[in-house]
Design a protein around this ligand. Structure first.
Ligand code: CA
Ligand code: CA
Ligand code: CA
Ligand code: CA
Length: 268
């Protein structure tokens, strides 16, 4: 009887130790997950935004394949999701993503910001967005798409910048150039501002609508933008040193002329 009692006591004690060890481990796991959460959340939103921009690009290609032209940007200051054009010509080359024209539910990134959509200068060329010409069937359009636009239109239309210098020393910096000789014309571009005004250059850090960085600044006024290869670059986010002008958290997706033609016009 007493032997059985001792055995029960021993079993009970062992269970308590085991339980307390489990509680300690659970506590450590919770602490670890809480400390990891902000960075994990940010990278999830970045990943989701990249995926959203790719889906938007696929929708644009599908629209071009079905209609023979791209939709115009949504030029409403408060985006209504519909393209804005006057006849065959777009009301502007850079505006917001026309999600309703494309049959999508919304046109925002993972942070809730409206995605900017730019198309190659519609007023000067009228090719990609002209709804009276099928860019897949008109041979003069074909020639322009494959050759002339790329060579001759660096001075106009939507284009992306080029990296000119890189310094990964004590004060890292990467410089991009938007001058005509360094930039490259593209058929279309999609831009998310990311979560912050990462280069903190005073272009409106307190409001979401002005969080563009790098060459994406003044996004509706000037049509040269950052290359999609320009990745998030936040070297001095601890703010103990001045945030360099190269800090950058925008997300950019582009499509060139030949790629658009191949995907919209040649893919069965
Ligand atoms: Ca509109
Ligand atoms: Ca930004
Ligand atoms: Ca900025
Ligand atoms: Ca610009």
């Amino acid at each position: 009887m007493s032997g059985r009692f001792v055995k029960l006591q021993a079993q009970h004690g062992f269970t308590m130790i085991e339980l307390s060890m489990v509680l300690v481990v659970v506590g450590l796991l919770i602490a670890a997950s809480i400390s990891l959460l902000p960075g994990t959340q940010q990278s999830l939103e970045l990943k989701e935004t990249k995926s959203i921009l790719k889906e938007m690009k696929a929708a644009l290609v599908g629209y071009a394949a079905a209609n023979g032209h791209l939709p115009c940007p949504d030029m409403n200051a408060t985006p209504d999701g519909t393209e804005d054009r006057t006849g065959a010509v777009c009301d502007g080359a850079v505006g917001f993503f026309p999600y309703r024209t494309l049959g999508l539910g919304n046109g925002v990134d993972a942070w809730g910001g409206h995605v900017v959509y730019g198309i190659h200068d519609a007023n000067a060329q009228g090719d990609l967005t002209d709804n009276s010409v099928n860019m897949c069937l008109d041979t003069s359009e074909l020639v322009k798409l494959s050759k002339l636009d790329l060579i001759n239109d660096l001075n106009s239309g939507v284009r992306i910048s080029k990296m000119i210098t890189q310094d990964l020393g004590a004060n890292p910096s990467i410089n991009f150039s938007c001058v005509d000789a360094d930039s490259m014309a593209v058929a279309l571009i999609l831009i998310s501002k990311g979560p912050t005004d990462a280069n903190a250059n005073g272009d409106g850090a307190t409001t979401y609508t002005k969080r563009f960085d790098g060459n994406n600044e003044d996004v509706l006024a000037d049509s040269c933008f950052d290359t999609p290869e320009r990745v998030w670059f936040l070297p001095n986010v601890d703010t103990t040193t001045a945030v360099p002008a190269t800090s950058y958290d925008d997300v950019v997706e582009v499509m060139g002329f030949t790629s658009l033609y191949a995907k919209a016009c040649l893919t069965p």
